[in-house]
Design a protein around this ligand. Structure first.
Ligand code: ZN
Length: 102
């Protein structure tokens, strides 16, 4: 068995480039929130003072979507629960049958 195919020095040299850089953040001139450089501000949807995205409309859409998603998830969970109870009953019945056949 090879104890050390690559020595520690080589490993550390390779990993010297693995460090993460901090995200480049700037403060928005319009609302004062932090935003990523070269991206539109997430708070007000402005890029260099120019409105590029209607954030309010988006937020209302997102909220509507979120509510719909939660409702569908709840329905799914209920369906799964119903199925599980069914399956449990079925397995019980099959077990009974098996014991009878034996
Ligand atoms: Zn902003």
């Amino acid at each position: 068995m090879v104890r050390m195919r690559i020595n520690r020095s080589a490993t550390r040299k390779r990993r010297s480039h693995h460090g993460l850089t901090e995200p480049r953040l700037s403060t928005c001139k319009d609302c004062g929130a932090k935003y990523l450089r070269h991206r539109a501000c997430l708070e007000c949807g402005k890029y260099r003072g120019r409105l590029v995205e209607d954030v309010e409309a988006k937020n209302t859409k997102k909220a509507a979507k979120r509510i719909a998603r939660i409702e569908s998830a709840q329905q799914e969970a209920q369906a799964i629960e119903a199925e599980e109870t069914k399956e449990a009953k079925e397995t019980k019945e099959t077990k009974k049958k098996e014991t009878k056949s034996k």
